[in-house]
Design a binder for this molecule. Structure first.
Ligand code: AMP
Ligand code: ZN
Length: 112
């Protein structure tokens, strides 16, 4: 399958990994939007949040667990933001479910 994040999971494309389990991988974003910008993905290919089902939804808990563990590891005690872009209007550019974990600067709300 021609999926960028599946290639990162399979180590066909290098990434700077911060967290890895049997189910989840997290690595630094190549175009950071904050001093800390990490991408958290399931190792299972799911195209977007719109493709979460009763059968595969447990993975989202593991993605939040990854965020919590990374926040401890990187001392993000001042807070962080988790974003999951979905589809064209959501600004999704890679069609493999992911969380952006953004931290170490004050983030505007609402987003643009
Ligand atoms: P989205 O636009 O929400 O689909 O997020 C995709 C993210 O993947 C963007 O923030 C990109 O900067 C990031 N990205 C694309 N290619 C790579 C790569 N090779 N390594 C790390 N992050 C990447
Ligand atoms: Zn994929």
């Amino acid at each position: 399958m021609d999926c960028l994040f599946c290639k990162i999971i399979n180590k066909e494309i290098p990434s700077n990994i911060v967290y890895e389990t049997d189910d989840v991988l997290a690595f630094y974003d190549i175009a950071p939007q904050a001093p800390v910008h990490i991408v958290i993905i399931p190792k299972q290919h799911i195209s977007s949040p719109a493709d979460i089902t009763e059968e595969n939804c447990n993975i989202s808990g593991k993605m939040f667990l990854a965020a919590s563990e990374i926040a401890k590891k990187l001392n993000l005690e001042n807070g962080f933001r988790i974003v999951s872009n979905c589809g064209e209007d959501g600004g999704q550019t890679v069609q493999h479910l992911h969380f952006h974990l953004l931290a170490k600067r004050s983030l505007a709300w609402p987003p643009g």
